[in-house]
Design a protein around this ligand. Structure first.
Ligand SMILES: Cc1cc2nc3c(=O)[nH]c(=O)nc-3n(C[C@H](O)[C@H](O)[C@H](O)COP(=O)(O)OP(=O)(O)OC[C@H]3O[C@@H](n4cnc5c(N)ncnc54)[C@H](O)[C@@H]3O)c2cc1C
Length: 262
């Protein structure tokens, strides 16, 4: 089985703040991580390879430092990694990002499955996986929470929906975006980490993937982020400072009663 996994390097959003003056994310000093959903996609790919054989290739489009994210996935057990990085890719929205990733997938060649995380924790659009599926004209299933069966060139998967799930059968090759509940990602082993550091990661630019210049980066984007802002805090909390937790609970209950909340 040839499995590609698209992963994104994201800032650890638990540490990101917005500059109130400029409205931009303050990224300085913020550690970067592999998008958490994408680790579940890598784990799903590794489990499929263990059960059915084949190769797992991880791909990211990003700045040169995104190599670190790829190495983490190699350390988990992926076979190969590709970094798609070039100046003209900068400023891409989800349309241009998914086009660029689809070109990289085409260059990589035959594939049975392309996996994505459900969404990126910074952009949060959940559009890139479905976008790549559209560009490659592949069937897609989003929010996959369980892979039930792979047989006779078809997969049966469970897809999460509000209050339940659907069971969907999809022919290969296809695109799946996965939810965290699908598995528990493995930790990289010491040996895996050492091997990953020695592995060469090819960098592909615009020419390598034969991308149309008017479909990549800011020129190929249909949307622009005009402003980012943190919502204003309207209500301030109140700290109930008492001698003991029991006393604090009594004070809280009487306050809630006074406010007719309980
Ligand atoms: C310099 C810069 C400028 C930008 N300008 C704009 C702009 O003007 N307008 C705008 O709308 N957005 C802009 N973006 C954000 C950009 O659109 C998103 O980062 C990107 O399209 C992915 O969207 P998302 O984060 O919502 O991913 P989602 O769609 O939520 O991600 C879903 C899954 O897709 C995969 N994936 C996502 N991104 C990548 C990637 N790069 N490589 C490999 N796999 C990936 C992962 O598996 C991920 O779990 C900009 C980003 C940068 C760095």
């Amino acid at each position: 089985m040839q499995i590609f996994v698209c992963i994104k390097q994201v800032p650890d959003t638990t540490e990101v703040k917005i500059d109130p003056e400029t409205g931009r994310l303050i990224r300085e000093g913020v550690p970067s991580i592999v998008n958490p959903f994408d680790k579940h996609a890598v784990e799903a790919a590794l489990q499929l390879r263990e059960a059915h054989g084949g190769k797992v290739t991880v791909i990211t489009m990003g700045l040169p430092q995104a190599q670190e994210a790829l190495r983490e996935c190699l350390a988990m057990g992926a076979d190969e990694a590709i970094l798609v990085s070039d100046g003209p890719f900068g400023g891409a929205d989800t349309l241009a990002t998914s086009y660029t990733l689809s070109r990289a997938c085409e260059k990589l060649g035959e594939h049975d499955l392309i996996l994505f995380g459900k969404q990126a924790i910074d952009g949060d659009t959940a559009q890139v996986g479905p976008g790549v599926a559209e560009h490659l004209n592949l069937p897609q299933v989003t929010y996959v929470q369980k892979i039930l069966e792979l047989k006779d060139g078809k997969m049966r998967v469970e897809r999460g929906i509000e209050g339940g799930y659907e069971v969907i059968e999809v022919p290969l090759p296809c695109v799946l975006t996965v939810d965290k509940s699908i598995n528990e990602p493995r930790f990289p082993t010491m040996m895996g980490t050492m091997k990953a550091h020695k592995k060469e990661i090819p960098t592909w630019g615009v020419k390598d993937i034969e991308a149309a210049e008017d479909r990549i980066g800011s020129d190929g984007s249909a949307t622009w982020v005009k402003r980012t802002f943190a919502p204003e805090r309207k209500r301030r909390g109140e700290i109930i400072d008492c001698e003991s937790p029991e006393e604090a609970v009594q004070v809280l209950i009487s306050k809630l009663r006074d406010a007719k909340v309980i």
